[in-house]
Design a protein around this ligand. Structure first.
Ligand code: H2P
Length: 820
């Protein structure tokens, strides 16, 4: 029996039998002994059985058609829980809900048992997950390649307000029900050793790498289920294991390997995801992770290529490899090595292929976040790759000399190798030189990539630099996470929008409709209640759903300026206590964020927000007007309950520094009004929703640059603005840390004596003004309703389906394959 939208044959009795079978045979529980978690695992396994069949069938049909596909290489895929989302894509949500009910279970409760696979830090990893969802939904042939970390991003708790990190064993003891191991796809990866010259049969002198050791790559596939179709694409995650026993005689040769043995335990390579502290620290194990990921993935791409009967010369015709940031850059010299050393192509022939296979996405302009690896580290671990990088650079420098004869300054600037005490390899430069397309992730960001980051490259390679504005999947970020709004939208514009988000514009005509406004606001209220209940149950804080829910959820970083938000909260606290005429609508400030374990100031900011929260949440003098909630352990499943409950979306980075943002899109889609700077995709959100439906403040990119050039003087703002002064000075008292003054002063110190590198003080006054406007406008509920409805209606552009079509049309040139 198949119902509408259902893409899989579904027989309720058979499904129930399968769940019960897995409960007993896979998880060794009986219906009597099973707890909720065992039932969730059994349901997950029963569903995975269906999707694995479809995955194999999709692989087969795509291989038979031998069409062009994209390979998305990313060190991070922040997929979130799969069960609920896959049920929606399979069109089986109601059916499975009914089936488990007959087993005496509740689907919503079961879904809560799934741990988030936290295989990413933030936006970059979440984007990769949305892109896989959109590739499968639109049936553009694709494979996602990532790493099978044993531990994902740490889980976070707070002790006395301080962040504490605990390892995240996301698979649990039983393993993750959705993953399936593919032993036949295993790869062997070399490391260290040397390069030797030898003479081949034809008498030609050749180079080859003789690794000192090898490790084994094991492939695990997670199913990416296409929405409302029969395609299931693999997200292939590589796990590193040691071959038993370490078998190369050379392993015992050189002491240099022996000396590093501790780090070389193969099992360590994919042990844990590196937290993103936006600071390259040249960690050996991180480079090893990157190479392991690339070597396994490139080998698997070639395996598929040859298995379909293709020749190496046709590689660029059939495969594109998208590098998600510079993290998988080492795939470039890896492919060159294979083409030259193993397939015996000459340099030019190899380059002609390789440079048409790779494309690169840049996600940041922050100089400290642009990866650089020391030449000596690469030369030691991957000696042949280092040779190839030198050769790429040598030929590139010839090109630069032709374009700008005798200009050594330009050469120094563009060179892949950075000269200095320790020579460094600039991975972004390697990417731009070696790929056929480079893209930024929002219009403004892509302009800045052209204008400020790579201007000379843009001259040298006209047409190589593109923009693809990010997007988010409407399936997870509206249909799944906001059932109330989904129902309302379905009623007004039908049910096709999850695959055609631009149709949401059909809601605009109801923006003034009083009845619709009421219902829309009622949905928001319900979502706020759902979140408030969660906060009550998990944190013991009571929230009033009549208050404005003001949300900032994202990685903790100075450039994202959670401390600007904090200063505003301090200013409200100060005014409530000191300005007798000051009035404000009750506000709940909601934060969620992890700080990289080594990032001291980020951790100080978390501590300060927690301390301020302790105080204001319990201060009767504030009359309940001000609440602050820092939700611990931010993750996808938390975002799914916070976002639908948000009234205000904080997107307040220093202009020019947030490449795009994607939380801004999710929040606007769910009806939160943005308070934001002219940065990243905020600029395009404003274009779509209109200036009157967004609260823009702060310096523009060029004003930021000018102010930095002229020398930003934080004390000038401090002395000129008494509210700012009062707010900052609160950090020096013991107001929030009774008996311990100075515990929060590091932030104040950074902003005043540390030079305020992210211009927090310069934007403070304008930010406060924008918040006052929000306060006033929220009080007029009809106006607010119109604005929030228009936000949902007018952000259809930010579907990741559109982003993927941009990539497909402008970069990858793929044709959809409809799986039968
Ligand atoms: C980063 C950028 C965001 C961007 C995202 C996806 C690295 O994410 O900073 O501006 O939207 O990539 O392109 P994040 O800061 O969340 O880790």
């Amino acid at each position: 029996m198949t119902t509408r939208g259902q893409t899989q044959q579904f027989d309720k009795a058979l499904f129930k039998a399968s769940v019960e079978k897995h409960l007993v045979t896979t998880y060794a529980k009986t219906p009597e002994t099973a707890d909720s978690r065992s039932w969730y695992l059994a349901v997950g396994k029963a569903l995975a059985e269906i999707s694995t069949g479809s995955l194999l069938e999709t692989e087969k049909q795509i291989a038979e058609q031998n069409v062009r596909s994209v390979n998305y290489l990313s060190l991070e895929f922040l997929i979130g829980r799969l069960t609920g989302n896959n049920l929606i894509s399979m069109g089986l949500y109601e059916e499975v809900s009914a089936a488990v009910e007959e087993l005496g279970l509740n689907l919503t409760d079961l879904l809560e048992e799934e741990r988030d696979p936290a295989l990413g830090n933030g936006g970059l990893g979440r984007l990769a997950a949305c892109f896989m969802d959109s590739l499968a939904a639109q049936e553009y042939p694709a494979v996602g390649y990532g790493l099978h970390y044993e531990y994902g991003l740490f889980s976070q708790s707070f002790e006395g307000g301080h962040q504490v990190e605990v390892p995240d064993a996301w698979r649990g003891i039983e393993g993750y029900p959705w993953e399936v191991v593919r032993p036949e796809l295993g790869q062997t990866v070399g490391l260290f050793g040397s390069v030797e010259t030898y003479t081949d049969k034809a008498g030609t002198s050749c180079r080859r790498w003789v690794p000192a050791m090898t490790v084994e790559g094991v492939a695990w596939d997670l199913p990416i289920v296409g929405y409302d179709n029969k395609s299931v694409y693999p997200l292939r995650l590589w796990e590193c294991r040691s071959p038993a026993p370490f078998n190369l005689a050379r392993f015992n040769d050189g002491d240099y390997v022996g000396a590093q043995y501790g780090q070389l335990e193969a099992g360590n390579v994919t042990k844990v995801l590196y937290p993103n502290d936006n600071h390259d620290q040249g960690k050996t194990l991180r480079l090893m992770q990157q190479y392991f990921h690339c070597a396994c993935s490139v080998a698997d791409i070639l395996r598929r290529h040859f298995a379909a009967g293709n020749k190496i010369e046709d590689l660029a015709k059939l495969e594109s490899i998208q590098l998600n940031d510079t993290h998988p850059t080492i795939a470039i010299p890896e492919l060159m090595r294979i083409l030259i050393d193993e397939h015996k192509l000459g340099w030019d022939a190899a380059w002609a292929i390789s440079s048409k296979v790779f494309a690169y996405t840049n996600h940041t302009l922050l100089p400290e976040a642009l990866e650089r690896w020391s030449e000596s580290l690469i030369a030691d671990m991957l000696p042949r790759h280092m040779e190839i990088i030198f050769e790429i650079n040598h030929r590139f420098m010839t090109l630069v000399e032709e374009k700008w004869p005798g200009n050594n300054e330009i050469k120094r600037k563009l060179s892949i190798i950075e000269e200095g005490q320790q020579r460094m390899v600039r991975m972004a430069n390697l990417c731009v030189v070696s790929t056929y397309a480079v893209n930024g992730v929002a219009a403004l960001h892509s302009e800045l990539v052209k204008r400020d980051l790579f201007p000379e490259f843009n001259e040298l390679f006209p047409g190589r630099l593109h923009n693809v504005t990010n997007g988010v999947t409407p399936r997870r970020w509206l249909k799944f996470c906001n059932p109330g709004l989904t129902e309302l939208v379905n009623e007004k514009i039908g049910t096709e929008w999850p695959a055609k988000l631009e149709q949401l514009s059909g809601l605009a005509k109801f923006a003034e409709d009083k009845k619709f406004q009421k219902r829309y606001l009622a949905v928001k209220k319900d979502n706020k209640q759902r979140f408030a209940d969660w906060v009550q149950d998990n944190m013991g804080i009571e929230l009033d759903t009549n208050a404005i829910f003001d949300v900032q959820i994202k990685r903790l970083h100075e450039y994202k300026r959670q401390h600007l938000n904090l200063l505003h909260i301090l200013s409200l606290y100060h005014r409530l206590l000191n300005e007798p005429t000051f009035d404000m609508h009750p506000r709940v400030f909601i934060f969620a964020a992890k700080a990289a374990p080594g990032y001291a100031l980020a951790k100080d900011i978390i501590f300060a927000i927690n301390k301020v929260a302790d105080k204001v949440n319990n201060d009767p003098r504030l009359g309940g007007k001000l609440k602050v909630v820092f939700v611990p352990d931010y993750r996808v499943s938390l975002a799914e309950i916070i976002i639908p409950a948000a009234d205000v979306s904080e997107q307040i980075s220093t202009a020019g520094l947030e490449a795009s943002g994607t939380g801004n899109m999710k929040l606007a889609l769910n009806g939160a009004l943005t308070i934001g700077t002219m940065d990243g995709a905020n600029v395009e959100i404003r274009e779509e929703v209109g200036d009157e439906n967004i609260f823009i403040f702060g310096l523009l990119v060029d004003e930021v640059l000018k102010q930095k050039e002229e020398g930003h003087d934080p004390y000038r703002y401090y002395h000129a603005d008494s509210l700012l002064r009062a707010s900052l000075d609160l950090l020096n008292t013991d107001e929030f840390t009774p008996g311990n003054p100075g515990q929060l002063s590091a932030i104040r110190q950074n902003l005043l004596d540390g030079g305020d590198p992210y211009l927090v003080l310069a934007d403070f006054a304008d930010y406060v003004k924008a918040h006052e406007k929000i306060d006033a406008e929220y009080r007029d509920q009809a106006t607010w309703a119109r604005k929030t409805i228009l936000n949902t209606a007018l952000v259809g552009k930010f579907s990741s389906d559109r982003s993927i079509r941009d990539y497909v049309n402008n970069i990858w040139k793929l044709k959809a394959v409809s799986v039968k």
